[in-house]
Design a protein around this ligand. Structure first.
Ligand SMILES: [Cu+2]
Length: 190
């Protein structure tokens, strides 16, 4: 086997192992569930919104409840009841800790925060939430970026990309890879 032929295979393997996780936004009070998310590069996170109006905004540890430049932002998703028809899909592209808050009113101060890939040490989700309590006002970015707002019916399904065991699942896997590639192309920058 030529070395050059190994590279596409490795890339395909990495994509084929990508997983999607769903995060409920505001389903049971001012919460992200789960709020301590562990994800690998290539994985997707699908945020589902519950009443009445919440957002998913990227922050950093040092400045809780404040957006970072070029960070992801879903804007407010208004949901009268039930669950939103719109979801916000993020593609994880590295393993660095990534901080999330809801920019609505004082939700961030009340603990509506989350982390992707929390690292061991003092920069814990608890420490972020504690610091958030003292923030006078949350920052409210207005440009949707860093992720994709899409119909819930079109969003990735939870779990692993299907294995290639027959022609039907092969088609499904190919579709999944195309979807992941499209999401990777739209992934947020740091
Ligand atoms: Cu909220």
């Amino acid at each position: 086997m030529h070395f050059t032929s190994l590279l596409p295979s490795a890339a395909l393997l990495a994509l084929a192992s990508a997983r999607n996780q769903e995060i409920a936004v505001g389903q049971n009070g001012l919460t992200f569930e789960p709020n301590n998310i562990v994800a690998s590069p290539g994985d997707t996170l699908t945020f589902k919104f519950y009443p009445r109006s919440h957002s998913v905004v990227q922050s950093d540890f040092q400045n809780p409840c404040q957006p970072i430049e070029n960070g992801f932002n879903s804007n407010f998703i208004n949901v009268p009841d039930g669950v939103s028809d719109t979801v916000f899909v993020l593609t994880v592209n590295d393993t660095r800790p990534t901080w999330i808050y809801c920019s609505q009113a004082k939700h961030c101060q009340a603990g509506m925060v989350a982390v992707i890939n929390q690292a061991p040490g003092p920069n814990s989700l608890e420490a972020y939430a504690a610091a958030a309590k003292n923030v006078p006002a949350a920052g409210v970015p207005t440009v949707v970026q860093g992720g994709v707002l899409e119909a819930a019916s079109a969003a990735p399904t939870p779990g692993a990309t299907p294995g290639v065991s027959n022609s039907a699942s092969a088609e499904k896997a190919a579709f999944g890879l195309a979807g992941v590639a499209a999401l990777v192309a739209g992934a947020w920058g740091f």
